[in-house]
Design a protein around this ligand. Sequence first.
Ligand code: HEC
Length: 139
Amino acid sequence: MTNAQKWVALFLGLFLVLFLLGRLTREKEDQMPHVMGLMGEQPDQKSADADGLTLIKQIGCVSCHGDNLGGSKLGPALADLKQFWSRDALINYLRNPQSYSRDERFDRYRAKYRNVIMPSYGNIDVKELGKIAEYLLTR
Ligand code: HEC
């Protein structure tokens, strides 16, 4: 190799190293919003720590199911749910109540609360729905 060739090889090598470094750091930046997103979720996790009853009041279930979930003109009492639901089934129900119509209890509800629709809560964090389900199953 002539001296000139050595210089060219050196610059090419240097260019390659810088190029790779640039890519590496860019990938790190790409990951940053992800990390930020995770950090941003912390307040949410806090509200998921709120207990089921607090969430039930915040979300407004009580406006139909009554102050102590004892029922009202707009919705049935939420009592003894553990004989009907598992935790997972209850979470699924809350996410999509309209998909559920399997027993005569619900036929009765539909007849009694004819103009009221149990809203779907698919927009609420599953962790929060879990807290709500846990609360409903222990009361
Ligand atoms: C707009 C009124 C309304 C609101 C708000 C509401 N519900 Fe309901 N809910 C109903 C009605 C009416 C039914 C009876 C089922 C039906 O008609 O589909 C029902 C049924 C239920 C059932 C089934 C009861 C059973 O016997 O198995 C559960 C559980 C339930 N609601 C929980 C909740 C929770 C938890 C919230 C708040 C996150 C909530 N509901 C908010 C009206 C409401």
